[in-house]
Design a protein around this ligand. Structure first.
Ligand code: FES
Ligand code: FE2
Length: 392
């Protein structure tokens, strides 16, 4: 795929939409049952069939740049340990000691090539193999090979580490991402600087995710922030399987008419923006000064999600002032998402739980949301006939 031409085509469409007061549209409006956001049975099926089976982006490569680096985290109640071994390879395993179940390392990031369990001190290599049983002579004989940490399928692609939460499940991240791989490689995340992460808490994961998939809400919900940069309700959509690249023109986009078409691709964030989403739970916004990668983690109950907002900068801050500037802009982004999207999402959740609505309705101008919900239906049914048709 020629991204330069592809992006220029998207810009041409955005310009056209601005000039004609239009936006990309789905063929019809679409209704989704309101209980889809509240029903515990549906939520359990989403966890089993989507979150336990699909590759989830759990870490950025630059969070674990060197052999010996690790990241331990809770993922929807599962303790996950991601490591990088001395051959440079990323691994994932459950952070659960095979003696009696303690974490072998506390949540967080660090550097060590072996882990000593926090309970009785069994030691494990960072590839998960059991190295030593504390006071083995008194403990008795066990098969060390059979007592390694439980491995999780893991692949590193385009600066991101993907993990399937079910041991032994097949993994094919490139196959799953399809054309989105080229988008991610274009973003070049392996060569950014990891600035830090902030956690926020919100409503049902789909209520939260819906908010990343349309710009229909900019004028009403983001009047003094996003809407000052980008007009409401003007979007383009490109789909790569269930993953999306959503284009948002900025008010100043018509100025790009003065720039050669072949240069438009280099003007991302300078005239227009893209939000790239990785089904089921990642939303990426790249800006020149920083990048925000949101990871939505459902739970602990159907009405809640925890979102990790990861912030990257092109280069490490070189001065105290650059550090302050980066802290300020990332806090601003966090506040917009938390105060303007997630707080609103909590009220949406209460509305949906009130029983007032049988359905929510997605307009023709919200094709990204329609597509997202069709893919959820597809994964919950496992019926190939429900696979959404390509659009974009
Ligand atoms: S639980 Fe890990 S050493 Fe006992
Ligand atoms: Fe928003």
């Amino acid at each position: 795929m020629d991204l330069v031409q592809d992006y220029a085509d998207a810009v041409e469409t955005m310009l056209d939409h601005l000039e004609h007061g239009t936006t990309d549209q789905a063929p019809d409006v679409m209704r989704v049952p309101a209980r889809s956001y509240t029903d515990p049975d549906q939520w359990s099926r989403e966890m089993d069939r989507i979150f336990m089976r699909l590759p989830l982006m759990l870490a950025l490569s630059i969070e674990l740049p060197n052999p010996g680096d690790y990241k331990a985290m809770d993922v929807m109640g599962k303790p996950v340990l991601i490591t990088r071994t001395k051959d440079g390879k990323a691994h994932a395993m459950l952070n659960v000691c095979t003696h009696r179940g303690a974490h072998v390392v506390n949540d967080g990031k660090g550097h060590c090539s072996r882990f000593s369990c926090i309970y009785h001190g069994w030691t494990f290599n960072n590839d998960g193999s059991l190295l030593g049983v504390a006071d083995r002579a008194k403990f008795g004989d066990i098969d060390k090979v059979a007592h390694g940490l439980t491995k999780l399928p893991c692949e590193e692609v385009a600066g991101m580490i993907f993990v399937v939460l079910t041991p032994g499940h097949p993994i094919d991240v490139r196959g799953f991402l399809g054309g989105m791989v080229a988008e991610l490689e274009h973003c070049d995340f392996a060569n950014w600087h990891f600035h830090g992460a902030k956690e926020i808490f919100g409503a049902n994961w789909k209520v939260a995710y819906d908010g990343y998939l349309e710009g229909y809400h900019f004028a009403a919900a983001h009047a003094n922030t996003v809407a000052t940069r980008s007009p409401s309700n003007v979007m383009t959509f490109e789909a790569f399987g269930p993953h999306l690249r959503i284009g948002f023109p900025q008010h100043k986009l018509p100025q790009l008419r003065q720039v050669p078409r072949d240069d438009w691709a280099a003007h991302e964030n300078d005239g227009y923006d893209f939000v790239r989403t990785l089904f089921p739970n990642v939303s990426i916004f790249v800006a020149p000064e920083m990048c925000q990668i949101a990871q939505l983690l459902p739970g602990p109950t159907p009405d809640k999600n925890r979102t990790i907002l990861n912030y990257l900068s092109r280069k490490p801050p070189a001065t105290d002032q650059e550090q302050v500037d980066l802290d300020t802009i990332t806090q601003f982004f966090r506040d917009v998402v938390n105060d303007e999207d997630y707080l609103l999402g909590l009220s949406v959740q209460r509305g949906l739980e009130s029983g007032a609505l049988k359905h929510v309705v997605f307009g023709r101008n919200e094709p990204g949301n329609q597509y997202f919900h069709r893919w959820i239906d597809y994964y919950l049914s496992d019926d190939p006939a429900l696979m959404p048709p390509r659009f974009g």
